[in-house]
Write a protein that binds this ligand. Structure first.
Ligand SMILES: C[S@@+](CC[C@H](N)C(=O)[O-])C[C@H]1O[C@@H](n2cnc3c(N)ncnc32)[C@H](O)[C@@H]1O
Length: 291
């Protein structure tokens, strides 16, 4: 299984406001949300983005089932405006972004996202030059500590960064397993969560420049949405959710958006049981006004 889509019913009911509209799925992944939307609304079309080669291959595999209703663009969603104008699209009727990594990316040990990987990579788009291995082996202790603190809220960030730099004196750190073990030599297990969770999350966010990509996507959305078009953003991390919340509020204050989710939407207990990854998902939705 490539990935189990989070809250597909909620996503589809918020996103589609025009039954024969053109929509953007910024994060195609395994195509789960896209397929659900196409099935539920037979007259919509979708332009799908993903920067990952596996997602692009997945699109090619499923293309015939999409019946010419999906156009795929392998690009960073922060380039949404330019990439759409390259195919002569200037406005769309709704935009979905399901931020973060897919289960496939996480579970594939050759990608280096998991604690048990024999590589240290973490790039969602392998065309990007910066890998987790380069960061871990070349950044100063201060810079590493700042990354772990800023993107992971890791309270032992300095000690962990120091331990990494001490270990570097014996040679390159080549694998996620080695990194995990260094972190675990500094931090003891508390409860069920692996002590390296926050460091791995921080490193992934940094390597993929995730917060800045989200920021840039949000900046572009008002220019790309038609009046009454909606933006639906699913985030899994408090830093991302905060960025979305502030952006929507600022645009609502300027009468550009109406916020449709006064409280964030979260997964039902039943969905969390079926798909534990949905536990931390938060949906926020806004609608562009005709101002
Ligand atoms: C959580 S998965 C999406 C799963 C999808 N909604 C589904 O139902 O199968 C997130 C996807 O977004 C992609 N992604 C993350 N950041 C991106 C970016 N800045 N530009 C393009 N794609 C991105 C990842 O490569 C990944 O495939």
């Amino acid at each position: 299984m490539y990935h189990i889509s989070v809250m597909p019913l909620e996503v589809s009911s918020y996103l589609v406001n025009k039954l024969d509209g053109l929509y953007v799925d910024c994060t195609f992944g395994g195509g789960g949300h896209t397929s659900y939307l196409l099935d539920k609304f037979p007259n919509i079309k979708i332009i799908a983005f993903d920067w990952d080669e596996d997602a692009s291959n997945q699109f090619v595999e499923n293309k015939k089932d999409f019946d010419n209703r999906v156009t795929f663009i392998r690009d960073n969603f922060k380039n949404i405006k330019q990439a759409l104008s390259n195919i002569d699209v200037y406005k769309v009727d709704g935009i979905l972004a399901d931020i973060g990594v897919s289960s496939k990316q996480f579970d594939d040990l050759s990608r280096g996202f998991s604690f048990n990987a024999n590589v240290l990579d973490m790039r969602m788009d392998i065309r990007n030059p910066l890998t987790a291995k380069e960061v871990i082996n070349t950044y100063s202790s201060k810079d590493l500590a700042d990354i772990f603190y800023k993107y992971g809220q890791e309270y032992r960030s300095r000690q962990i960064a120091d331990a990494i730099c001490v270990r570097r004196q014996r040679g390159l750190i080549n694998t996620a397993i080695e990194l995990r073990d260094i972190v675990c030599s500094v931090k003891r297990q508390e409860g069920k969560v692996n002590p390296a969770t926050k460091v791995f999350q921080a490193l992934r966010i940094f390597v993929n420049d995730e917060l800045s990509n989200l920021d840039n996507l949000l900046l572009n959305i008002p220019e790309v949405l038609n009046p009454y078009g909606r933006a639906v953003v699913i985030s899994f991390h408090s830093l991302e959710d905060r960025i979305v919340k502030l952006n929507f509020k600022q645009n609502a204050d300027n009468k550009i958006y109406k916020i449709l989710t006064k409280k964030v939407v979260t997964a039902s207990d039943e969905e969390i049981k079926r798909n534990p990854r949905s536990r931390s998902a938060k949906i926020r939705v806004c609608e562009k006004t005709d101002a």
